[in-house]
Design a protein around this ligand. Structure first.
Ligand SMILES: Nc1ncnc2c1ncn2[C@@H]1O[C@H](COP(=O)(O)OP(=O)(O)OP(=O)(O)O)[C@@H](O)[C@H]1O
Ligand SMILES: C[C@H](N)[C@H](N)CCCCCC(=O)O
Ligand SMILES: [Mg+2]
Length: 216
């Protein structure tokens, strides 16, 4: 496992807060950010520009997407609409010194190719996973299902980040039943900017500490 190479940020859903969490982690670990598969550019500026702004990243700490597609769909469907073939050879870890924060698109079982789901890409990149989940009702099921899918494939999980209003009961039960660390929580934010990202990043444990804890 490329343990010290960084993490793969996935989530229990799309629009769950992966980009915000990726910005927080990139800031906290002075990491390099990469969103290999960006879709939905017809609707949004893209996660790369969001993270660049929120984490105040210099250009050399951003890797452009391998694929930047228009339709707000899974990469497999968005690529088909543009007659683009997603080449696995372009979905390999870039050779950078800093730790990488790699962000997926949507959740784990999102089609990338007819023979590849997002979870298969996580396996190929061989990075430990940070799983972003909602904090509220319904999240226990979604989170435990995601953890089961990851563990069945031998994909190490660094921990879970809960996004939304504080919910100590759900945090406790996810940690217990999922046998997983809650890395930190992101409250429901009125405004999202560099200051907030910097403040929350101060609560993130160092990457090397998390990976040492994971290897014990
Ligand atoms: N804690 C939060 N408080 C308030 N708004 C949030 C929070 N987290 C995320 N958002 C907002 O919710 C929307 C979706 O979040 P985000 O883009 O991070 O989702 P995502 O999981 O990265 O989605 P995708 O699968 O497209 O990458 C964004 O407008 C974001 O600013
Ligand atoms: C467009 C969206 N914001 C993401 N980039 C892609 C999400 C794909 C979700 C597919 C699915 O689970 O139904
Ligand atoms: Mg995102």
């Amino acid at each position: 496992m490329n343990s010290f190479r960084g993490v793969f940020v996935t989530g229990t859903d799309t629009e769950i807060g992966k980009t915000l969490v990726s910005a927080i982690l990139t800031k906290a670990w002075t990491a390099t950010y990469w969103k290999p598969l960006q879709t939905g550019l017809s609707d949004e500026a893209g996660d790369t520009s969001t993270v660049k702004t929120l984490a105040t990243l210099p250009p050399d700490r951003i890797i452009p997407p391998a694929y930047a597609l228009q339709a707000p769909l899974a990469p497999y469907a968005a690529a088909a609409l543009e007659n683009v073939t997603i080449n696995p050879g372009r979905l390999v870890l870039p050779a950078v010194k800093a730790p990488l924060v790699v962000e997926g698109a949507g959740g784990l079982m999102v089609p990338v190719r007819s023979d590849m789901m997002m979870i298969d890409l996580m396996r190929r990149l061989d990075l430990p996973v940070v799983l972003v989940a909602r904090s509220g009702l319904g999240t226990i099921n979604h989170t435990l299902l995601s953890l089961e899918a990851l563990r069945r494939r031998g994909i190490p999980v660094l921990g879970v980040v809960l996004s939304g209003p504080e919910n100590p009961g759900n945090a406790r039960d996810i940690a217990h039943f999922g046998n997983v660390r809650i890395l930190f929580s992101v409250p429901r934010l009125e405004s999202i900017n560099e200051t907030v990202v910097s403040e929350i990043s101060g609560r993130v444990p160092p990457l090397c500490v998390l990976q040492q804890q994971n290897s014990q």
